[in-house]
Design a protein around this ligand. Structure first.
Ligand SMILES: C[S@@+](CC[C@H](N)C(=O)[O-])C[C@H]1O[C@@H](n2cnc3c(N)ncnc32)[C@H](O)[C@@H]1O
Length: 273
C-alpha cells in the first residue's frame, strides 16, 4: 500500500482498519506566531477588531504591565496596548486533541510514533498524546545549521517527540544517540516547514523493516513518504492543501528530483557519528 490522499485527516483516517500502520512519522501542524513590527497604541482600533482570520496580536495588559499575551485579533483591546502584530500559520486549524484519538486505534501494537514539534507546543502535544493512549518513549533533538531569532537564545533545535503504542519494542540501532544533526533546507523549499529526507529516513529506519507501512497524516510536500519509499517501506500520506498535495505527488513520481540527499551529504556537522 503506497498512497497519498488529498483531504482532512479526520475523514481520511476512517477508511483504514484498526491496527494497520507499523509506524507514524509526522511534522504535525501547530500554532506558530511570528512577531511583527512594533505598532503604536493608535493601531489598536485598526488591527484589534478588523484583522483577517489567522492574525494574532501581542498585547500588554495595561493594569499589569508585566503581563503580555497573544490574543485573537478581535480581542477587546480596551485595556491593552498592542505591541506587535503576528501572523498565525495557516496550517494550524486542527488541534492535537482532534486527530490523536482518531489515529491511535489505526496503529499496530508496538508501533513507534515520531512527532516534530517546537518547545512551545511540546507539552500540549505530549499531554494530548498520552490522553489518546500513547506512552512516552524519548525526546529527540534535531540540531540545525541555522538559527531563528529569539530574545531568549537563538533557536537552533527542533524537537521530535517519540512515543509508542502498547508493547515495548526496541529501535533497530540502539547505539544511535537522540541528537540528530542533519542540515536544514534553506531557500527554495517545497514547503515552508519542509524537513530533510535524511532526518525522516533515520527515524523510519530505526522503527520499521522493509515493506512495513508508514503513516504521515500531515505530509505537506511528502518528505516522510519519499523517505519511506527510498527505504522500501510502504507509505500512506494525507495533505489537506491542494498545492502541497500536488508537490508531494510530483516528488513521489520523480517529476521533481530529490536534491536533499546530495545537499545533505556535503557537510557533516561536528556532532555527527
Ligand atoms: C508542518 S507541515 C508538514 C511539512 C512536511 N514536513 C514537509 O516536509 O513538507 C503540516 C501539513 O499539514 C497539513 N494539514 C493541516 N491540517 C491538516 C488536516 N486536517 N488534514 C491533513 N493535512 C493537514 C498542512 O497543510 C501542512 O502542509
Amino acid at each position: 500500500m503506497c498512497e497519498i490522499k488529498l483531504g482532512d485527516v479526520k475523514d481520511l483516517i476512517k477508511d483504514y482498519p484498526d491496527e494497520y500502520f507499523d509506524c507514524i512519522v509526522s511534522d504535525v501542524p501547530y500554532k506558530i506566531c511570528t512577531g511583527g513590527a512594533r505598532i503604536s497604541e493608535e493601531s489598536i482600533e485598526k488591527f484589534g477588531k478588523n484583522d483577517p482570520k489567522g492574525i494574532f496580536n501581542r498585547i500588554v495588559v495595561l493594569n499589569d504591565p508585566k503581563k503580555q499575551k497573544w490574543v485573537k485579533a478581535n480581542y477587546d483591546a480596551d485595556n491593552a496596548i498592542l505591541i506587535s502584530k503576528g501572523n498565525l500559520f495557516s496550517n494550524c486549524d486542527i488541534k492535537f486533541s482532534e486527530w490523536l484519538p482518531l489515529v491511535y486505534p489505526k496503529l499496530k501494537n508496538g508501533c513507534h510514533a515520531y512527532f516534530m514539534v517546537n518547545g512551545y507546543n511540546l507539552k500540549e502535544l505530549q499531554v494530548e498524546a498520552e490522553k489518546a493512549g500513547f506512552i512516552f518513549q524519548n525526546l529527540l533533538v534535531w540540531v540545525k545549521n541555522n538559527s531563528t531569532p529569539n530574545k531568549f537564545y537563538m533557536k537552533r533545535t527542533e524537537f521530535i517527540l517519540m512515543l509508542r503504542k502498547g508493547r515495548e519494542r526496541y529501535i533497530n540501532d540502539m547505539e544511535m544517540s537522540n541528537v540528530f544533526t542533519h542540515l536544514n533546507i534553506i531557500g527554495n523549499k517545497f514547503h515552508p516547514t519542509e524537513k530533510p529526507i535524511e532526518l525522516m529516513k533515520d527515524l523510519i529506519r530505526q522503527s520499521t523493516n522493509e515493506n512495513d507501512i508508514v503513516l504521515d497524516p500531515f505530509m505537506g510536500s511528502g518528505s516522510t513518504c519519499l523517505a519511506a519509499k527510498e527505504l522500501n517501506r510502504q507509505y500512506v500520506g494525507f495533505e489537506i492543501n491542494q498545492k502541497y498535495y500536488d508537490i508531494a505527488e510530483k516528488r513521489l513520481n520523480q517529476v521533481f528530483v530529490s536534491r536533499n540527499n546530495e545537499y545533505e551529504n556535503q557537510i557533516k556537522l561536528p556532532l555527527d557519528k
